[in-house]
Design a protein around this ligand. Structure first.
Ligand SMILES: [Fe+2]
Length: 520
């Protein structure tokens, strides 16, 4: 296994997908705005440095916007619905902004009388600046810190600190105006508004709205330049965008990160996810450290341990699709909310799909399975044990244990002892893997129990490696050679493995590996 080299752009696209979900934007919104921003850069004839800044600003504009979502939800209810509306609202226009906030309060309190609702809207509007400005300042700061942690330079971080600033000084949080608002910020704000307005109202109304806001939200010459080329600039932007298109648009030199950089990027994503609500703070890091330690305890191959750790850091990235107001409620979810919540592993896999290569695929496959159970009682695909690799079993056990010992709005945190009893009950019920659970509990400092059940999936780590090589096309002899098994004993070794798993041929073993999720 050579040193890992990954395009940083892959991580930025994963972040972009997650923030599109969290902000109620449509599929590939950030990616489409990146394409549009770069087209505007072409007609504006800007230099390479400016192109690089626009490319990053479009993908990353909202990476800080997950912070303090619970405060936003406490004030305005369903924050994803509100953000969806704000995407096409002229935030400098008090009447438009007031109407959007009024509709949010109406959604939040569906049962108030007309008078009560009017009073709630009046007090909401009066308090809006005190509520919104600190939250938006927080978004800017978090965006800048995440950008620093994924290795982005000063100028890009500075732009991310100006998320909602406007040409006319009516933006937030600092009310910057004119040239003090950086050019990439102005371009991307215009590009993203154009896409949101186009989706909501069509091309002609979008153009009229942009023209109307020229000199207000947007610098007039920039709006005029956009409008002069709008029809050609918008071509194809109502379609999803290929990952390859974004990779190709990245100005040279293309940023590449190593394994260490990946670790930092995954940690940054974990923190971004967990900052959304107070009771999930540190959840992803805790699941990751239990998962990594448990994988080492049972002796999984290093590549599996690494994929499991990275999957643990990002397992709940798909939760961003569900409004915080839903997660924060202490009453049971409705059926529709449960359906939406149960889809978060699906969204997680989709978010991580830009991560190319074997490593990326392995991480996405584990995220997809993190709520599955051996008996098929998990979600959302109702996968069973034969689809759950050792790493998937450990991640599921670590997630279950860690969640049990954290508080949720509808229950208190369990003690470690109670949480351990809960996951061991999961083993007795046939849902969780015995060895995975014991390895996680050992990692958590709980007294270990002897596991009488068979090893993970019935296989030793060495046997898993043999099967993986065979599934990848190696002959039994080649697999033995790669694993330093003496040639003389190779045949016996492989034959005894084949009989253990009940297959006769290399192809049978390859299929077995596939079925058991050993090949991601
Ligand atoms: Fe989850």
């Amino acid at each position: 296994m050579g040193p890992l080299q990954v395009r940083r752009a892959d991580f930025l696209m994963a972040l972009a997908y997650a923030t599109d979900l969290a902000t109620g934007h449509s599929r590939d919104f950030a990616l489409r705005s990146c394409v549009l921003g770069m087209r505007i850069a072409d007609v504006a004839g800007v230099d390479l440095q400016m192109r690089r800044s626009i490319w990053h600003q479009a993908l990353l504009r909202y990476i800080g916007c997950n912070a303090d979502s619970h405060l936003l939800a406490a004030a305005w209810g369903d924050e994803i619905a509100l953000r969806k509306e704000l995407a096409r609202t002229d935030m400098g226009n008090k009447a438009e902004l007031g109407a959007a906030i009024g509709r949010a309060i109406t959604r939040k309190f569906p049962n108030l009388s007309t008078d009560e609702l009017a009073a709630a809207i009046a007090s909401g509007l009066a308090e809006a600046p005190q509520i919104n400005i600190p939250i938006l300042s927080g978004h800017c700061e978090v965006a800048q810190r995440i950008a620093e942690r994924i290795g982005l330079p000063d100028d890009i971080r500075e732009n991310l600190g100006q998320l909602y600033e406007r040409w006319d000084g009516k933006g937030m949080p600092r009310g910057l105006s004119g040239e003090a608002v950086k050019f990439p910020v102005r371009v991307v704000t215009l590009a993203q508004d154009a896409i949101a307005l186009h989706e909501a109202d069509g091309q002609e109304i979008m153009k009229a709205t942009i023209a109307n806001r020229a000199g207000g939200g947007y610098e007039a010459p920039l709006a005029e330049l956009f409008l002069a080329h709008a029809d050609q600039l918008m071509v194809g932007l109502d379609q999803p965008v290929d990952r390859a298109a974004i990779l190709a648009l990245e100005p040279q030199p293309h940023a590449v990160i190593t394994e260490e950089g990946c670790n930092e990027a995954f940690l940054a994503i974990a923190d971004m996810i967990d900052m959304r609500m107070p009771f999930t703070f540190g959840h992803s890091r805790a699941v990751a450290s239990l998962t990594e330690a448990a994988c080492k305890t049972v002796g999984l191959p290093p590549a599996d341990t690494r994929a499991a750790k990275w999957a643990a850091l990002t397992h709940d990235i798909g939760e961003l699709a569900v409004p915080v107001a839903t997660w924060m409620r202490s009453t049971p979810l409705t059926e529709r909310e449960t359906d939406a919540a149960h889809l978060h592993p699906y969204h997680g896999e989709r978010a991580l799909s830009p991560l190319g290569g074997e490593e990326g695929k392995a991480v996405a496959a584990l995220v997809l399975r993190h709520h599955e159970r051996l008996d098929g009682s998990g979600y959302h695909r109702y996968a069973k044990g034969n689809d759950l690799s050792p790493a998937a079993r450990i991640l599921a056990a670590a997630e279950a244990f860690q969640t049990a010992r954290e508080a949720r709005p509808y229950r208190n945190a369990m003690t470690d002892v109670t949480a351990a009893a809960k996951v061991r009950a999961g083993v007795r019920e046939g849902k969780l893997c015995a060895e995975a659970v014991e390895a996680v509990l050992t990692a958590a400092g709980q007294p270990a129990r002897r596991v009488s059940a068979e090893r993970l999936g019935g296989l030793t780590p060495r046997e898993i490696e043999v099967l993986r090589l065979i599934a990848a096309g190696s002959t039994a002899k080649e697999a033995a050679r790669q694993l330093d098994i003496a040639p003389k004993t190779a045949d016996n070794h492989i034959q005894s493995l084949y009989s253990k798993i009940g297959v006769k041929t290399r192809a049978g073993a390859a299929l077995f590996a596939l079925e058991r999720g050993l090949v991601n």
